[in-house]
Design a protein around this ligand. Sequence first.
Ligand SMILES: [Zn+2]
Length: 527
Amino acid sequence: MAPSRTAAQLPEATICRSARRPGQPPATTTSMTATIATTCEDMRPASSAPAKIVVTAFSTSVYRLQIIVDLAEQFGRKVAFVGRGMQHTSQIATDLGYLRIPPRLLIKDMDVRDYPGEDIVCLCTGSQGEPLAALPRIAIDDHRHVKLAREDVVVFSSRVIPGNEKSIGRVMNHVARRGATIVADGQKHVHVSGHGSEEELKLMLSLIRPRYFVPIHGEYRQLARHARVAARVSPTTRVVLAENGDLIRFDEDGVTFASHLDGSRHRLTPERAVEIQELLDATVTMALDECTPYPIERSVLAESMRRSMRWAERSKAAFRERAGYGLFGIVQGGVDPELRLESAARLVDLGFEGYAIGGLAVGEGQRLMFEIVGLTAPALPEDRPRYLMGVGKPADLIGAVGRGIDLFDCVLPTRSGRTAQAWTAGGPLNLRNQRHADDPSPLEPGCPCAACRDHSRAYLHHLTRAGEILGAMLLTWHNLHYYQRLMAEARAAIEAGRFADVFRRAAAEPAGSDAEADGCAPRMRPA
Ligand SMILES: [Zn+2]
């Protein structure tokens, strides 16, 4: 296959089964000691991203614990025993002299997060998938002290007790969902006679570089491993990880998706999307579009934007004009200035009651976002509402208003309220912080909302610490109030022709904010 083939000639999607686990010898013939040693060796600090090794074993297998402790020492890693059974048994075994732990090798499970991953081996209970043991809880991201990162490796060092296959498999699937790599003895190869092996798969991917790649056959942990191979070999390919029951369809006409609530299938076309919004009596109807991720290959981005523009045209044709109701077009084009301007021009050509900028705040960062907003907003009619979708922090809002945006939507004020965070003119506050425990002052002095008027910071601190739903309600109330006030101040400043004077970036950390609540957000407040 000649490398000069154009994108148009390449297959739209490749659906493929089978991927052999890395490493030549099948794990069944290597001892677990060698497997763990190899894992440590592969993950020597300098060689790869910082990653911790999580090993699950029977806590009563003191001989196995000793091997892992010795290997950790050899590779310069600290050891944390995680899970009550593991902590008790290792303590007894150490007291009786059966387990030898070199001085300063052991750390507490609660200190794991303070060390770089590359310095850590966690020894956990839960090798048989027991739901309340350490590893199964770590796997579903429900452990107080130990979290899995994408680079981490989880070693299942114990043999499977017959009957426990399913629960262990479930734990492995959850580990794969966290993005961590699984090493297990007797792990089934996805490779089946007659299907592609890992090497064949790599060759095929590097030759055809498909736009989409969908691994099939196997459980989530096997699909995840398969997907990782594909992502490594062909970085421009969009790898779609779908589980049983998920429906994927790529076509020009619209999108088909499965509900995350009940798995039911739904078909959305530009016409159907307009119809549903009319049935909901929405005063502002949004055209159907595709929100592209960041980063993304330019040819894929361009194609997606142009499809969204064809959908905008169909949405416009489907929309029933009536007084008091309007249709908004959505500018796409990622962070590519040329594509953004092309998209804006196409929408202005079609003519809408308002214009939205979509596909931003998807990980590109504030600087790039402002750059694209600053470029796109002036290309849209000044006498129509200009709406930045899914944004943002107070500083994002003010920065976008300064660049011509009139309208926003964002979950932040309510979501922050549910996670004990309050937005104030003095910066964000984390109400869980101990320093509010005895503070009788209001959340934000001068704020007329019910949370600030009737309650102290100490009471709000108590509510959030106690997990009382009233805490989330009051903070949400205040946050919405704060956002409304901020926008009202912006409107008043614009009317007075003083927007640039009124809103300036506070150079220093404002007094009274909790830096850890949101370390990166620049503060905005009226002068
Ligand atoms: Zn308030």
